[in-house]
Design a binder for this molecule. Structure first.
Ligand SMILES: NC(=O)c1ccc[n+]([C@@H]2O[C@H](COP(=O)([O-])OP(=O)(O)OC[C@H]3O[C@@H](n4cnc5c(N)ncnc54)[C@H](OP(=O)(O)O)[C@@H]3O)[C@@H](O)[C@H]2O)c1
Length: 337
């Protein structure tokens, strides 16, 4: 495709109007759909398994699919301009590939692959958390099929990770217990679910291409085959704890705090994963991101300003996390993996 809208065939709209999404009723997918709907600029089609028990947001078109029947995927993806994949990490590994292959056959030009994690260009950190090779393979497959990708680098989801149990940001709200890695001062980049939703909607609401060589405005094409970097907060566990105490009206006396070396936690988690026990995965992943001096912090790369994303206060994010605790506790199977 030429780089400019002026060179496109008659009828070219220069906007992403038809968006397909997998996981519209899921954790991040539902937040993305909320923000996309708010723009009023997109027709959203949710690809969902025929036997799915998920509730889909109102306002989306529903395309029931069967991952064992490629024709259902191709039919659902026909005429779509952008496919967003937000699939449960517990889904069989080849499901992502099935979607991407169907998207290529249906003629979808752009795919946002699963991911929604750290800085994809921090190869060492990505590899040490075992996520790097998976994401790299998914992006390579998209390119090999003649499509282009945009992946979201948002760090851990702040509210989700705060609420999601001791293995994540160290907080156990039921027991009012907190495990702090090392001295608790390592800062990481992290985004609320809502901020990730807004970021995706913002990118998909840009013009697809510059009008002509004089058009210097930001376009979706500027993000192709790259990460889009966003954040809500750059915070340490100590910062989080201060915010949790403010939001919950508790004091140090209400909490049992223990300290553990991040490196030991990483190695313990990794050892469990190597024996096939995926309960170690979260422990390994989160501990690694908090290594002092070598953490998952990428604030110099964030593009919040470009995308017009709002500033959020840490206590708002913490409140959203506290509100999520009960919701996540009901997802026992997922939280154990
Ligand atoms: N940065 C972070 O802190 C963070 C945290 C968690 C996850 N993530 C990443 O975000 C992405 C999405 O995670 P999520 O938590 O939003 O997902 P999720 O809510 O657990 O699931 C999303 C959707 O996946 C579909 N699905 C579930 N099981 C499936 C199966 N066996 N086969 C096919 N489809 C299945 C379901 O859609 P239907 O029922 O409609 O078919 C579900 O709504 C993943 O890449 C994950 O690694 C990032």
């Amino acid at each position: 495709m030429s780089k400019y809208a002026k060179d496109q065939p008659t009828g070219f709209e220069n906007a992403i109007e038809r968006v397909a999404i997998v996981g519209a009723g899921g954790t991040i997918g539902s937040n993305i759909v909320t923000s996309l709907l708010q723009t009023g600029k997109h027709t959203i089609t949710a690809l969902t398994r025929k036997d799915s028990t998920n509730t889909l947001p109102a306002g989306v078109l529903v395309a029931p699919v069967d991952y064992a029947d490629e024709a259902t995927l191709i039919a659902a993806l026909k005429d779509q301009q952008f496919l967003i994949i937000t699939m449960a990490p517990t889904a069989p590994r080849d499901t992502h590939s099935k979607l991407v292959q169907a998207a290529a056959k249906a003629g979808v030009p752009y795919v946002m692959p699963n991911g929604y994690g750290g800085d994809i260009d921090n190869v060492r950190l990505e590899n040490e958390t075992m996520l790097g090779p998976i994401g790299k393979g998914q992006r390579a497959e998209i390119e090999s099929l003649g499509m282009k990708w945009i992946t979201v680098c948002c760090g851990f989801w702040y509210d989700y990770s705060l609420a999601g149990g001791e293995a994540r940001f160290g907080f156990d709200f039921d027991k009012r217990a907190l495990t702090i890695y090392d001295d608790g001062n390592a800062k990481i980049s992290t985004s609320t679910l809502a901020q990730v939703g807004r970021a995706v909607a913002s990118v998909l609401s840009l013009k697809e291409l510059p009008d002509d060589e004089n058009d210097k405005s930001l376009t979706l094409s500027a993000f192709l085959n790259k990460g889009v970097y966003v954040k809500s907060f750059v915070v340490s566990q100590n910062d989080m704890f201060e915010s949790v105490k403010r939001v919950t009206g508790t004091t140090d006396a209400d909490w049992t705090v223990t300290h553990e070396a991040s490196k030991k936690r990483y190695e313990d988690g990794l050892a469990l994963v190597r024996t096939g026990n995926m309960a170690g995965f979260g422990k390994m992943l989160y501990a690694r991101m908090f290594y002092p001096g070598d953490s998952g912090e990428f604030s110099t790369k964030v593009q919040n300003g470009l995308l017009g994303l709002p500033e959020e206060t840490l206590d708002e994010g913490t409140k959203a996390g506290v509100d999520l605790v009960e919701v996540l506790l009901s997802r026992v199977e997922r939280m154990a993996s």
